[in-house]
Design a protein around this ligand. Structure first.
Ligand code: NAP
Length: 500
């Protein structure tokens, strides 16, 4: 282990945040067969830690713990649950630097961005600590004078939360925050690539006084863990963030026990730059929307559609801006582009670029592995890209910006909507009428206008079409963990009416 990495892991160990076992019923536990899996630093390939490699058996026990804990957690007052969440938020913020280091270590994103993720992720806990107190029901005007009709909001029960590696903290807090606020308990399954941040966050939940069994974490064999969650009748909700392919499998699997499901899946975001856009705003917005997390976010601009009148100017200014992006280990000074998560991700990017070039795309910048080796890829700009190329059809999930040219607004809308995905879209224009017209014509769950960073805990996040079901964040994120109980009360003195 390099000296730099050792000092970071030593500090994390000293602060009690470097956890490597699963968390079941408030206890840190090894896999029952003793198996472990290695967690790597994608920037160096070094092994950071060996974590318990769990499967179906451990998951069943985690579900039982969550089921038992549900009885008491759901019966606490909203104010008591709120207090626990608020304390958890305070601890996440107090350990912001260490958590940020952990994210950079196992996920690779630059430290500043990683600390930013801790801020963003913790805000979901803060927001839902407040929202816990606002789970209001309703009184419905009754149909007869001696009847009273109520709607009570009740927690759905145990939730299985399966999360990806690209936001090791925020994708967990965005689910666990509202779940706990509503009175649900959770079994979290983080990605095998980034379990350490999840475990550190769970440690802080325990320290915050959130009772044992309310938050459980298992990681390891994903299909076995998934199966255990899907087949258990005690799990009443599956909340998933990840690829569309896995999301579809989970949705089908949840049908067996008819669970509530919410899915935050892949995107294929268009970023549309109109002739009337402010060039600087468009370049900076597209840069942020494309290159955050080295292009590894679901809302990353996957296709940059530029109107013909501004195309050359934009391509030139954008390429210059991309050229300035400093690539390196996320701990390095001034680095804004880290490595890709693993070799498979690197090879996918290479395949997409090769496909585009073989079909006539032009490399304006980059287009190859970075001289740093490992999984580093050069920030890349491609021009003359066409809709039928792989890079336009699927998520590249890497630092590659394909530029496509369009003539008219109608053509841009058609190109933007010509995909099964429907998560985020961006438009750059100074024309107010166009802003409304295009935003409403886009088949997307989120639209950023003259803005490249659009995620916030206070607004609903989620996709349409095959990008998912349900919303996370904001007051709407609570609905995913609640059921409506219709309570029908009759005046007992008039029971005879019921027999009529
Ligand atoms: P992934 O391969 O679908 O994995 C996501 C999670 O599912 C991981 O924890 C993974 O475990 C687990 N998993 C895989 N196969 C499973 C199975 N058969 N049963 C149960 N769980 C299973 O996605 P990823 O590569 O981690 O993440 C990238 C994808 O997530 C991209 O498509 C991106 O767009 C999407 N994403 C969407 C949003 C959104 O809000 N819409 C946000 C972030 C990311 P292991 O890692 O341990 O295999």
């Amino acid at each position: 282990m390099s000296v730099g990495m050792k000092s970071v892991t030593d500090r994390l160990r000293d602060s009690g945040l470097l956890r490597t076992q699963g968390l079941i019923g408030g206890k840190w536990i090894d896999a029952y067969d003793g198996k472990t899996l290695e967690v790597h630093n994608p920037a160096t390939g070094e092994v950071i830690a060996n974590v318990s490699c769990m499967g179906g058996k451990e998951t069943k026990d985690a579900i039982s713990s969550a089921f038992d804990a549900f009885n008491s957690w759901s019966k606490l007052t909203a104010a008591e649950r709120s207090k626990g969440l608020r304390k958890w938020y305070d601890l996440l913020m107090a350990h912001k630097e260490e958590l940020g280091q952990l994210i950079t270590l196992e996920q690779g994103k630059p430290l500043k961005e990683a600390v930013g993720e801790v801020d963003y992720g913790a805000k979901f806990i803060e927001f839902y600590a407040e929202e816990a107190k606002r789970v209001y029901g309703e009184i419905i005007p009754a149909t007869l004078p001696d009847r009273r009709l109520f709607v009570l909001k009740q927690p759905v029960g145990v939730a299985g939360a399966i999360t990806p590696w690209n936001f090791p903290l925020a994708m967990i807090t965005r689910k666990v925050g509202p779940a706990l606020a509503c009175g649900c308990t959770v079994v979290v399954k983080p990605s095998e690539f980034t379990p350490l941040t999840a475990l550190a966050a769970a440690e802080l939940a325990l320290q915050a006084g959130i009772p044992p069994g309310v938050v459980n974490v298992v990681m390891g064999n994903a299909p076995d863990i998934g199966d255990a969650l899907l087949t258990s009748p005690q799990v009443r909700k599956i909340t998933f963030t990840g690829s569309t392919a896995v999301g579809k499998k989970l949705m089908a699997g949840a049908a067996g026990t008819v669970k509530k499901v919410s899915l935050e899946l892949g995107g294929n975001a268009p970023c549309i730059v109109f002739d009337d856009a402010d060039l600087n705003v468009a370049v900076n917005g597209a840069l942020a929307a494309k290159f955050r997390n080295s292009g590894q976010t679901c809302v990353c601009a996957n296709r940059v559609l530029v109107q013909e009148g501004i195309y050359e100017k934009f391509a030139d200014a954008f390429s210059k801006a991309v050229k300035n992006l400093k690539v390196g280990d996320g701990f390095g000074e001034g680095v804004v582009q880290g490595p890709l998560i693993n070799k498979a991700a690197l090879e996918k990017v290479e395949t997409f670029v090769e496909d585009a070039v073989s079909k006539g795309a032009k490399v304006l910048l980059g287009g190859r592995r970075h001289s740093l080796g490992m999984t580093f890829y050069e920030p890349t700009v491609l021009s003359n890209v066409k809709s039928e190329m792989l890079v336009s059809r699927e998520e590249v999930f890497g630092p590659v910006a394909p530029l496509l040219c369009f003539k008219t607004e109608e053509e841009a809308i058609h190109m933007a909507n010509d995909t099964n995905a429907g998560l985020a879209a961006y438009i750059f224009t100074n024309n107010l009428q166009r802003t409304w017209r295009v935003s409403e014509a886009l088949e997307y769950g989120l639209v950023g206008v003259n803005e490249g960073l659009i995620s916030t805990e206070v607004a609903p996040f989620g996709g349409v079409k095959q990008s998912g079901l349900g919303r996370e964040g904001s007051k709407y994120g609570m609905d995913e963990f609640l059921e409506e109980l219709h309570l029908f009360i009759t005046d007992a003195t008039n029971l005879n009416d019921l027999l009529l």
